[in-house]
Design a protein around this ligand. Structure first.
Ligand code: KG4
Ligand code: ZN
Length: 347
């Protein structure tokens, strides 16, 4: 594939509608993300049907917009890449169908992108990390829907080393934030509240700390927050208690993630870097904690800029480019998959 070849990426697996045009040398020609936060906030979480309808309304226009910004016609592209799983099936159908329709109309190859692979390969986007990141590296995917330690050994070569036994880490942030009376999505609000709190005041559990392997568990921690909150009448938790609980929760999560990352690095002795992705990677306390773990091993902590950490279409286009260069286009009959573990990919 020529370095000047361009690919359109489409993302619609959860509540972000996104499109981007990327050149094979990693240059972003245009990118756009529409968040559906307002549509879902009243329900305290993502409503799949609302999400699918919003993707249907906005994605075609967004794709046209990024193409116009890139100054390209669809016929100029080398291929179309659309997230085809894992995720909410309605949104996946919208994005994959649009991608396939454009591919048919313009005679282009289509790539059915695995969303997790797209997060995993973001760190290899040229220009993102000085000197680049080499395989193999350890990826900690920390989002609202995913919480995994993954050995990234090459394009299409992934080994999931550990995953959550219950809630994803972002989900734990969102649920605990809700208990503390914060609006959804709770992660950023909880981090702000924690800034004024004493992390040592409440003794909260650190689930699986020190346990073999690198699985996660967060539901016990959330329950501990619920018990502390329930000691007061509804809505009567003193302000300082709220802040101290938020700080205690965040410290517990940071400690658990650091412990799990150490174990995961033991399971991948050749790791060249510790990479974090997903919305929770925006959390400064968590970044600092993981930065210390990487430092202990003489490794760099690589965290893509926040807009490329959270759901976006640049990462989808990049995964598409990496696959197209290897001749890995997908048949137009490829069906979107709500569940699609990374280990099932091939290259
Ligand atoms: O990757 P993302 O944008 O979407 C998916 O879940 O795929 O991640 C969103 C999650 C939410 O649970 C949100 O509360 C959490 O990331 N989050 C944070 C922070 N910013 C976002 N959690 C902790 N601290 C933050 N600053
Ligand atoms: Zn994601």
């Amino acid at each position: 594939m020529d370095a000047s070849a361009t690919v359109l990426g489409l993302e619609s697996s959860c509540d972000e509608t996104a499109a981007a045009v990327l050149r094979a040398d990693g240059t972003i020609l245009a990118e756009a993300v529409l968040s559906q936060l307002e549509e879902h906030a009243a329900f305290g979480g993502v409503v799949p049907e609302i999400a699918a309808r919003a993707h249907l309304e906005h994605l075609p226009g967004l794709a046209a917009r990024v193409m116009a910004e890139a100054g390209l016609g669809f016929g100029d592209l080398a291929g179309i890449a659309a997230t085809s799983g894992p995720g909410l099936i309605g949104g996946l159908i919208v994005g994959a169908s649009l991608g396939k329709g454009l591919a048919i109309a313009h005679g282009l190859p289509f790539v059915a992108v695995n969303h997790l692979e797209a997060h995993a390969l973001t760190a290899t986007l040229p220009g993102l990390v000085e000197g680049g990141v080499r395989f193999p590296y350890l990826l900690l995917l920390l989002s609202g829907g995913h919480c995994q330690c993954v050995a990234v050994e090459g394009v299409g070569q992934y080994r999931r080393l550990g995953t959550t036994l219950d809630d994803a880490v972002g989900e734990a942030f969102d649920k605990s934030a809700k208990l503390l009376g914060l609006p959804w999505p709770g992660g950023p609000a909880l981090e702000r509240l924690a800034a004024g709190g004493d992390p040592g005041r409440f003794t909260l559990p650190r689930p699986l700390l020190g346990r073999a392997g690198c699985d996660f568990s967060f539901s016990g921690l959330k329950t501990a927050v619920a018990h502390a909150v329930a000691k007061h009448p509804p809505g009567a938790l003193p302000a300082q208690d709220r802040a101290d609980l938020a700080a205690g929760f965040q410290a517990a999560v940071a400690a658990v993630l650091a412990d799990r990352a150490r174990h995961a690095l033991d399971m991948l002795p050749g790791a060249t870097a510790l990479v974090v992705a997903g919305g929770v990677a925006a959390n400064a306390a968590i970044r600092a904690s993981l930065g210390r773990v990487a430092g202990e091993r003489g490794l760099a902590l690589v965290a893509p800029p926040i807009r490329l950490c959270t759901d976006n279409a640049v990462m989808v286009a990049w995964a598409g480019i990496e696959r197209l260069r290897r001749g890995l286009a997908d048949p137009l009959g490829h069906a979107p998959r709500p569940r699609w573990p990374l280990d099932q990919l091939t290259a």
